[in-house]
Design a protein around this ligand. Sequence first.
Ligand SMILES: C[S@@+](CC[C@H](N)C(=O)[O-])C[C@H]1O[C@@H](n2cnc3c(N)ncnc32)[C@H](O)[C@@H]1O
Length: 280
Amino acid sequence: MNKTIKKVEKILKQAGIEEYKKEALIIVEEISGLSLEKLILLDKIEKEEEILKLAQKRADSKAPIQHLIGYTNFMGEKYIVNKDVLIPRDETEILVLEAYECIKNLKNKIDILDIGIGSGIISCALAKKLQNKEIEILGTDISFDAIRTALENVNRLNLTRKIILRKSDIFSSIRNFEKFDLIVSNPPYIPVSEKENLQKEVKDFDPHPALFANDKDGVEFYKKIIKDAPNFLKKDGFLALECGIGQSCLIKDMLQNDFKNIKITKDLSNIDRVICAQIK
Ligand SMILES: C[S@@+](CC[C@H](N)C(=O)[O-])C[C@H]1O[C@@H](n2cnc3c(N)ncnc32)[C@H](O)[C@@H]1O
């Protein structure tokens, strides 16, 4: 193993950073500009001083590495992230893939609503996967600052003709005539009572409106989305939602009235993570 990577791992491990191996690689790749395949062939890396400085900054400040370097990777693309948006989580890839499965065979123009767009990862990843289809994605968020960041990502990925952005409190700015084939959302779902148990990186650096729901079970956003979604879905339209630990049963119950074909998908830790359903 390359000596510089080892030194970075040591700094991060001593600071109690859980994913110190993964983050060490991010830091070394970022500063050296070299890929892992090239790095492992080298004994020592140029710019070692700069690399160790960034590792120390990460260790001392506890700021997420994505904030220190200004971006993250999601499904093979780089996305700008900052204090205004949730740092994308790996699990959200499952939501994108399941949402895509729901609509991939539709023949006509596909209309999608992404509620709580944050950095824009879900909308952008869907637009990329559906690049051979005629699509229009409306991405909304209650936070204007989040929308600004999503817009930067949409611009950088050349998706301005496919994704439009609008400030909205869930459905408040969606007009009655606007109908969608898919409503997708990764809403805030951590019960606010769990705030003190969160990792410092999450509690101190992710924006709180992106994290917390105000009810005991963390399902207030699902309730609101599921109640009004039927008004905005086309015939046979789909709803795809990411959820947290222990929430899938509650959400399934909420869906029973107006939705059919309810499908729950687990993540790699065997937690029910995504729930998809079709309007009755
Ligand atoms: C968990 S984050 C998801 C961000 C992004 N979609 C992702 O998956 O990384 C939830 C997002 O919902 C937004 N949000 C919170 N309350 C909202 C509301 N009432 N209406 C619309 N968006 C809201 C937050 O600002 C945040 O960007």
